[in-house]
Every structure is written in C-alpha cells, then in structure tokens.
Write a protein that binds this ligand. Sequence first.
Ligand code: ADP
Ligand code: PEP
Length: 193
Amino acid sequence: MVILGTQYAGEMKKGLFSLMHYLMPKREILSLHSGCNMGKSENVALFFGLSGMGKTTLSTDNNRELIGDDEHCWRDNGVTNIEGGCFAKCINLSKEIEPDIWNTIKFGTVLENVVFDEHTRDVDFCDKSVTENTRAAYPIEFIPNARIPCVGLVRRTSFCWLVMLSEFCLRLASSLWPRPCIISSVGIRRLSF
Ligand SMILES: Nc1ncnc2c1ncn2[C@@H]1O[C@H](COP(=O)(O)OP(=O)(O)O)[C@@H](O)[C@H]1O
Ligand SMILES: C=C(OP(=O)(O)O)C(=O)O
C-alpha cells in the first residue's frame, strides 16, 4: 500500500483497515470499526459510531480493560484488536475529564495538528486553528488497564451504537426490546421511558 500526499496520519491506519475489510471476510472474520473493552466478568462491549461519537473516549474506561479504541476483528471465539495503539482526538483534552488519555501525552506519543508553544513546548489543546481534528497516537500500553494481548473472549457481548439522537428518536428506540442503552456524545442514557 502506498499513501501519497497526505497531511493526516489517519490515512495510514484507515488504509490498512481497508485492506483488512478485504482480507478478513475471506477468512470468515468480520472487521469492525469499533472501540472495545471488557468488564470484570469478562463481558465484552463493542462501541460503534462515526468519527467523533466517542469510541475512543468511552472504550478508555478505567473500570474496564481496554481492548482497543477503533479497529477490531470479530470471530466465533472472540474479538481482537488490529492495531497496537490508539488514535485519540485531543481537541479540548483535559486532565479532569479524560485523565487516562491525558496521561498518554508523554515521550513516545505523536501529537498531530496541535498548536504548541515553541519555547515551553506546552500544547494548547483548545486551539483548533490547524483543524478541529487534532490527534494523539500512542501505544496501547500507555493506558494503564489495557488488556495485553488485546483479545477478548466472546461470552457475552454488548453492542453500543454511539449516535446523536433527538429526544424523539430516543423515545422511538426505547420501544425496542431488548431495551437498548443509548450512548450519545452528550452522555449515557439507559432508556426507561
Ligand atoms: N459524554 C461524552 N462521551 C464521549 N465523548 C465526549 C463526551 N463529551 C465530550 N466528548 C468528546 O467527544 C470526542 C469523542 O471523540 P472520540 O472518542 O475520539 O471519538 P471516536 O473514537 O468515535 O472518533 C472527544 O473529543 C471527547 O472529549
Ligand atoms: C481515524 C479516524 O477514525 P475515528 O475518528 O473514528 O477515530 C478517522 O475517521 O479519520
């Protein structure tokens, strides 16, 4: 695979991911654009959603083991992460709200499109003058409760679709059974209308 003329490191991971979409189904493995983590009772959660919906933020949960933030393979006996690291959005990143991601900002992490002070090297995570799509690429080991190797057995899997929904859509979805748990970019709501 050759990538030319890009100004975005995401092209590299998405390029390889496209190859996986071609190769994996031939082996009866499903490649998924999802985050993934696992609870103490080995219940695996997969987080699906468009860019910016919260796959990285919500799969990096210090009460659960992180399997991966973005690209997975799913087969009969389990889920595996395709990547060796994470690619987090870091616009408005703060220590208080996302401490685990904040703590990855150290030697070994590549920051992309962020604005920083050339003398102090302090990064202004609120500055979107280059783009709002600022990123931090870090090895998954930088997250303290990452699951290494990044594999989860599929005993009980929850599927979470991360969407931006109006109140009307939430009410509509709440009529579904089994009752879904809807996570939106403004928070988590277990439907109980
Ligand atoms: N309640 C929330 N849940 C998830 N993300 C949130 C929430 N509030 C704000 N955010 C922000 O939304 C963005 C979600 O981005 P990210 O997790 O990288 O999405 P994805 O991995 O799906 O592309 C982050 O910048 C995060 O700080
Ligand atoms: C890297 C990407 O995926 P995500 O935003 O879902 O992390 C992207 O869409 O460029």
